[in-house]
Structure formats: C-alpha cells, structure tokens
Design a protein around this ligand. Structure first.
Ligand code: ZN
Length: 171
C-alpha cells in the first residue's frame, strides 16, 4: 500500500537488507527509490533518423530520441510507442531491442528500441519544439540533449557497419 498522505518516514535497516530505507512508521510502506524506466527508440525512415527538439527541461532546446518515462502498468514497448506518438505524432513499428543505458546519477534505466516509420510524416507534439529527419552526417552532435542519445546514434551507425559494440552503457 502506498497512501502518501500517511507517510512518516524513518530510516530503518530491514532484516536481510544491506541498505537503510525510508520506512513509513504508520503504514509500513518502504520507499525503495528504485530506478525509473525510460522507454525510447531510434526511429529510422530510409537512411534518416528522427530526432525531437525538447520543449521541456532538462535539455530544453536540444535534440533527443523520442522517449519518456513509463506510466504505471505500461509495457516498455507500449511506452516507447506512446512517447513517439506524443512527441512526434508518429506511429512507430518496433523492430528490435537495441540497447540498455543506465543513467546512474539520475536513477534512470533507459531502454532503447530500434524502430521505423513507413512515411516521412512527423510534426512536433506538445513536448517538442521541432521534429526532423536527419542523415547521419547532419546529426547535430553538439546539440544532443543527453549522452545516451549520442551513444545510441553512434552505436547504430557502427552496428550498420558490422561492428559489434556493447549492448549496454552507462554514465
Ligand atoms: Zn504510510
């Protein structure tokens, strides 16, 4: 149970646990602070990649992959599809799982799919200032919002050249 109105947290070490947790003295709820999952995708159309210019912080005005936090009880694929729809007004087709990126300082696990769209139609949703299809050479490397975006795009290019780069990375 997680009734936020009752919580009065106290740090406690529970039996068999190595870390101290915030435990509610009223209802016993344990606030584990586990990482949150962000689902996103590299979206390709022919030889291009779709990127979204963020209208929200962090990374306002910078380019990113369509991605965002999962909702409760949502599958990771459904989350990736929903975010692509919300941010770029596109219906993506997921091809495969492409990588896992851990952002330790923000307590986030990012799951990145490889997907494609069947037409070049896209337009900014409310969380985007702009959306655009880029050739690899046109990617605005210095205006990417997060290290994970750079990693995913570089890894995709290398993957297409037949290089086997690690499936996982972190910052
Ligand atoms: Zn409580």
């Amino acid at each position: 149970m997680n009734n936020k109105n009752c919580h009065k947290f106290r740090k406690k070490k529970l039996p068999g646990d190595e870390h101290k947790r915030n435990v509610c003295e009223v209802c016993g709820y344990i606030d584990y602070k586990s990482p949150q999952v962000v689902a996103g995708s590299i979206v390709t159309y022919k030889n291009k990649f779709l990127l979204c210019k963020r209208a929200i912080h962090p990374g306002h005005g910078l380019w990113t992959l369509p991605s965002g936090f999962l909702e409760s009880n949502e599958s990771v694929e459904a989350g990736a599809k929903r975010e692509a729809k919300e941010e770029a007004c596109i219906n993506i087709k997921i091809q495969k799982l492409f990588g896992i990126y851990s952002i330790k300082k923000r307590n986030i696990i990012q799951v990145i799919f490889l997907s494609n769209i069947s037409t070049s139609f896209c337009k900014p949703g409310i969380e985007s200032l702009d959306v655009k299809l880029f050739n690899y050479k046109e990617i605005p490397w210095r205006e990417l919002a997060f290290p994970s975006v750079k990693w995913a795009l570089k890894r995709f290019n290398d993957y297409k050249m037949g290089k086997k780069l690690p499936f996982m990375a972190e910052d």
